[in-house]
Each structure stands twice: as structure tokens, then as C-alpha cells.
Design a protein around this ligand. Structure first.
Ligand code: TYD
Length: 208
């Protein structure tokens, strides 16, 4: 692979989207060629799976169904978009990738981590991000931001605080196990200072 894969992770309301926007502006200003994708989503089929995953229905979703759907969406976006872009030598930015499944479905829902690791590998053809930003906020901060959020919460955002507590702890463990790949960012810092930190870290790793 000639390209460079950057992923963003964190619990809901951590501020990922704003940071991705900031990064995109900087890459555009520098005329760097990049692809931006989101998970679940990024292709016609993955966006359909996203709808099934995030819409609240009158029926509970089984955790295994949930995990396999996230993985199915990931296999599609990986094979349709990510692999090609990396092959062409592009910078690829992904708003969530397989670490979301390890944190949410593995640590959050309690699905066996060995199975998760195998299926994550299978769904991504073994691709690993070159750099992953974990934007970390605590549960109190998440609840505060949730209250301020406009509009209805989706099925995942509407999970109990206890679930997000496990997801956050899971993320911190995953990051701790792979310090080479992960950068843990304090999500309570200002948008501008986080954005500068992210830009610095990327520039430490690749020549843009
Ligand atoms: P989204 O609206 O994209 O949230 P965010 O802006 O926080 O990324 O919804 C994605 C939701 O799906 C989010 O709650 C995280 C969850 N998710 C998983 O549980 N497992 C996964 O593998 C992925 C990719 C996302």
C-alpha cells in the first residue's frame, strides 16, 4: 500500500466530526489529494446498512446482528473505496473504522474479542490504519453535550450511560495496546488546539 490511512475514533459527541472538518480544510488549503469516508457508510450499499443500524425500530437489534452489519458495511467500503485510494497513494481519512467495532460491540456489547479481531481482519482484508486519533471525553462531558444536541438521538446515541462507559474504557485499552498507531487526544481542549495537535501528529508521520 502506498497511501496513508488516518482514522478518527471516540465515543458519541467526542467532537470527531468538527476535527475531521478542520483537517479537510487544511488538506484542501495545501492541495493534498485525499478521500474522506465515514463508517458505517461511504458507499450506496454501506449507507443502506447504516440506515438499518441507526434507525430505531419496534424490535431490538441482536448484538451479533449489529456487529455483522457494521462489519458488512466495512467490507463494502474497504473493497469499493479504501483499497483503491490507498493503492493510488492517496491519504484516506475514515470517520471510524474497525476500532469502533472493537470498542462498541466488543467492549460495549460484550462480544468475544477474539471473534471480533478475526472478523475485523476478514472485513478489512487485513488493512490497518497508519494513524488513529482517539478523541477522548469522559461520560459527564458526553452527557452534557448530549443534552445540548439538537434533533432526535439515533439508535446508538440513545444507549444507556453504562454502555458508553464500557465503550470509553475499551477505547482507552485498545489505544494503550497500540501506542505506535494511536494518539489519544483530550477532547475537552479547544477545537483549535486539538486541530493543531492533530495536524502536527500527521506531519510528524508523513510529508504532505
Ligand atoms: P454516527 O452518526 O456516524 O456517529 P458519530 O458521528 O459519533 O460517528 O453513527 C455511528 C454510530 O455507530 C456511533 O454511535 C458509533 C456506532 N458504531 C458502532 O457501534 N460500531 C461500529 O463498528 C461503527 C463503525 C460505529
Amino acid at each position: 500500500m502506498k497511501g496513508f490511512l488516518i482514522t478518527f475514533e471516540g465515543i458519541d459527541f467526542c467532537g470527531k466530526s468538527v476535527q475531521i472538518e478542520q483537517l479537510v480544510n487544511k488538506l484542501q488549503a495545501k492541495q493534498v489529494k485525499f478521500s474522506l469516508l465515514r463508517e458505517p457508510g461511504g458507499t450506496i450499499i454501506s449507507e443502506k446498512i447504516r440506515e438499518a443500524l441507526l434507525t430505531k425500530e419496534k424490535e431490538d437489534m441482536n448484538p451479533v446482528t449489529e456487529y455483522l452489519l457494521f462489519s458488512a458495511a466495512r467490507a463494502q467500503v474497504t473493497n469499493k473505496n479504501i483499497l483503491h485510494a490507498l493503492d493510488k497513494g492517496e491519504v484516506v481519512i475514515c470517520d471510524r473504522y474497525f476500532d469502533s467495532s472493537t470498542a462498541y460491540q466488543g467492549y460495549g456489547r460484550g462480544i468475544d474479542l477474539e471473534i471480533i479481531n478475526k472478523i475485523n481482519f476478514f472485513a478489512t482484508n487485513g488493512i490497518k490504519p497508519d494513524l488513529t486519533f482517539l478523541i477522548d471525553i469522559d461520560l459527564k462531558e458526553m452527557e452534557k453535550r448530549k443534552q445540548l444536541a439538537a434533533g432526535e438521538l439515533d439508535r446508538m446515541e440513545d444507549q444507556a450511560a453504562d454502555f458508553f462507559k464500557k465503550v470509553r474504557q475499551g477505547y482507552l485499552l485498545i489505544a494503550n495496546n497500540e501506542p505506535e498507531r494511536f494518539r489519544v487526544i483530550d477532547g475537552k481542549k479547544s477545537v483549535d488546539s486539538i486541530s493543531k495537535e492533530i495536524w502536527q501528529e500527521i506531519n510528524n508521520k508523513i510529508k504532505l
